[in-house]
Design a protein around this ligand. Structure first.
Ligand code: FAD
Length: 427
C-alpha cells in the first residue's frame, strides 16, 4: 500500500490516529534502515513522532551485506577505501546473514487498500514508459538474478576489467544494478548465490570477481555513512579542492552526447535512452567531463548520472565520481587519463571484432580523420551531420593536468589556464 505525501505528514497522521490505513492507533512501526543523508533526516523525524505518540520503533538492516553501523564500528569508525581493506573487514565481520525464507502467507490487506495501490507512471507525473530493455520490479529482478546465478562459468570466470564496455545487448556484466538500487532483489541472496556457484570450483577472486563488485558496493555505503559532506567538494575531507570551471554549454554537449567523440557520445546517448551504461564507459565519460577534457566539476556529472541512471544510487554514484575525477584517496593517479578515442583492446576494453574486421569502420571512433570521400559515402559529414570534436584532447588534457598539479600544490591558478581552455574549445 502506497501512501503519498510528505513522510512526516502522512506517517505522522498514521502514528497519531491509525488513519487512513488502520482502525486504531498502531503500537509498533518497523522499517528498513537507510544511511543516505535524506533518509537519516526523514527517519529521525519519524522516530521523534513515534516517541511523541508512544509507538515502538524497530529498524532493520537489509540493503547491504552487513549492518553499516556495525561494520563501521568494527573498523574503528572508518570506511575501507580499497577493495583489499574491504575484504579484510569482511573476514572480520564473518559471513553476512542469509536471506530469510519467503513468508508462506501474509495478513490480509485492510478494507479500502485498493485506493493505496502502487501509483501509475502517469499519476507520478511521467508522460509514458521509459524506453529501455529492463522491466522494473521484483518479479523481473528475481528472474534476472536467477538467470545470472545459473551461468556458472560466467560467474566463475568473471573478471570485471575483461568485460567489454561496447557490449550492450546483452551486456557483459549482470545488469542487476537497478534491481539492487531499488531493493527489488536482495544483495544477500546474490552473495549466497555466488558463494554456492563458486564453492568447490576454481573461480576468479576480488576485486575482479562478482564478489569483488559487491564489496565495492558495500564500501560505498560505508564511505557514504562515515565521510562528512561525501556528496560535495566543500567540506569533504576525502575530496581534493580543485577549481573546476563552469560551462553550461559544454555540460549540455556532454550530457546529450554531442561532444564529437563517438565513444563518449554513444555512451551518453545510451544513458539517455536506456538509463544504463557499462562501468568502463562510465569511467570514460566521467574522466572526459572532469580532469581529462572539459574540466567541469564531478558534482555536475554526478547530478546528470543521478537524473538519468536507472541504478542511480547516492553512495555508489558519489564514491565512483570522486574516484574518476581523481580527487579522492581511492582515485587512480589523476594523470592517468582515458583517451576519448580508444584503441581496440584499450584500457576501456573496446573490443569490437566486427569493426576491426571491416575496414570501412576504421574511422568509427575518430570520424573527423576520415577523408571527405569516405564521409560522403557514409552520409556523415563531420560538422554537419555529426559535430566536430569539441576539444583538442591532447591540448586540453595537458593543460588540465598542469592545473590539477597546481591545485594540489595550492599555487594560485592564473588566467592563462582559462585561455588555453577557451582556445581548445572548437565548437
Ligand atoms: P556488475 O559488474 O554485474 O556488478 C554487480 C553489482 O556490483 C552491481 O550491480 C553493483 O551493485 C555492484 N558494483 C559493481 N561495480 C561497482 C562499483 N564500481 N562501485 C560500487 N558498486 C559496484 N553503480 C550503481 O549501482 N549506481 C550508481 O549510481 C553508479 N554510479 C557510477 C558512477 C560512475 C562515475 C562510475 C564509474 C560507476 C558507477 N557505478 C554505479 C558503478 C558501476 O558502474 C555499476 O554498479 C555497474 O556498471 C552496474 O552494472 P552491473 O549491475 O552489470 O554490474
Amino acid at each position: 500500500m502506497v501512501l503519498r505525501g510528505k513522510p512526516e505528514e502522512v506517517i505522522g497522521k498514521l502514528l497519531k490516529t491509525g488513519k487512513p490505513l488502520l482502525s486504531a492507533k498502531p503500537t509498533l512501526i518497523l522499517w528498513e534502515k537507510d544511511t543516505e543523508p535524506y533518509a537519516l533526516k526523514r527517519d529521525a523525524a519519524i522516530i521523534k513522532l513515534a516517541k511523541q505518540n508512544h509507538v515502538e520503533v524497530r529498524t532493520f538492516s537489509g540493503h547491504t551485506l552487513w549492518d553499516v553501523e556495525q561494520a563501521l564500528a568494527k573498523n574503528k569508525g572508518k570506511a575501507p577505501t580499497t577493495n583489499n581493506a574491504m575484504q579484510t573487514l569482511a573476514k572480520a565481520l564473518g559471513e553476512p546473514a542469509k536471506p530469510l525464507a519467503i513468508p508462506s502467507k501474509l495478513p490480509p490487506l485492510p478494507p479500502g487498500a485498493k485506493a493505496y495501490d502502487v501509483p501509475t507512471l502517469k499519476q507520478m507525473g511521467y508522460a509514458g514508459s521509459v524506453q529501455g530493455y529492463l522491466s522494473g520490479g521484483e518479479t523481473a529482478g528475481a528472474a534476472r538474478m536467477a538467470t545470472m546465478l545459473k551461468k556458472t562459468s560466467f560467474i566463475r570466470t568473471f573478471k570485471k576489467p575483461q568485460t567489454r564496455s561496447t557490449a550492450y545487448d546483452p551486456p557483459d556484466t549482470t545488469m542487476l544494478s537497478p534491481y539492487f538500487k531499488f531493493g527489488c532483489v536482495s544483495i544477500r541472496e546474490f552473495y549466497w548465490g555466488l558463494k554456492k556457484v563458486c564453492s568447490g570450483a576454481s573461480h576468479s577472486k576480488p576485486p575482479e570477481s562478482l564478489l569483488g563488485q559487491i564489496y565495492f558496493r558495500e564500501m560505498a555505503y560505508l564511505m557514504g555513512a562515515s565521510i562528512p559532506n561525501f556528496d560535495q567538494q566543500a567540506g569533504n575531507p576525502s575530496c581534493k579542492q580543485i577549481p573546476w570551471a563552469k560551462n553550461p554549454k559544454m555540460l549540455a554537449a556532454w550530457e546529450h552526447g554531442r561532444t564529437g567523440f563517438p565513444y563518449i557520445d554513444a555512451a551518453m546517448r545510451q544513458l539517455n535512452r536506456v538509463g544504463w551504461m557499462h562501468h568502463l564507459a562510465r569511467h570514460a565519460v566521467a574522466c572526459f567531463l572532469t580532469r581529462g577534457d572539459l574540466w567541469l566539476s564531478w558534482e555536475q556529472g554526478r547530478d546528470v548520472f543521478d537524473k538519468l541512471l536507472l541504478d542511480a544510487d547516492w553512495a555508489l554514484n558519489n564514491m565512483n565520481w570522486l574516484a574518476l575525477a581523481g580527487v579522492a584517496p581511492w582515485s587512480p593517479p589523476f594523470f592517468r587519463v582515458y583517451h576519448p578515442v580508444p584503441k581496440m583492446d584499450s584500457a576501456l576494453n573496446v573490443k569490437d571484432p566486427e569493426a576491426a574486421r571491416e575496414r570501412k569502420r576504421q574511422y568509427i571512433y575518430a570520424p573527423w580523420t576520415a577523408p571527405m570521400e569516405v564521409q560522403k559515402t557514409a552520409g556523415c559529414i563531420i560538422g554537419k551531420d555529426y559535430p566536430k570534436p569539441m576539444v583538442d584532447h591532447d591540448e586540453v588534457c595537458k593543460a588540465n593536468l598542469l592545473r590539477f598539479k597546481r591545485a594540489l600544490s595550492k599555487a594560485p591558478s592564473t588566467g592563462a589556464d582559462c585561455d588555453t581552455h577557451g582556445k581548445a574549445l572548437r565548437s
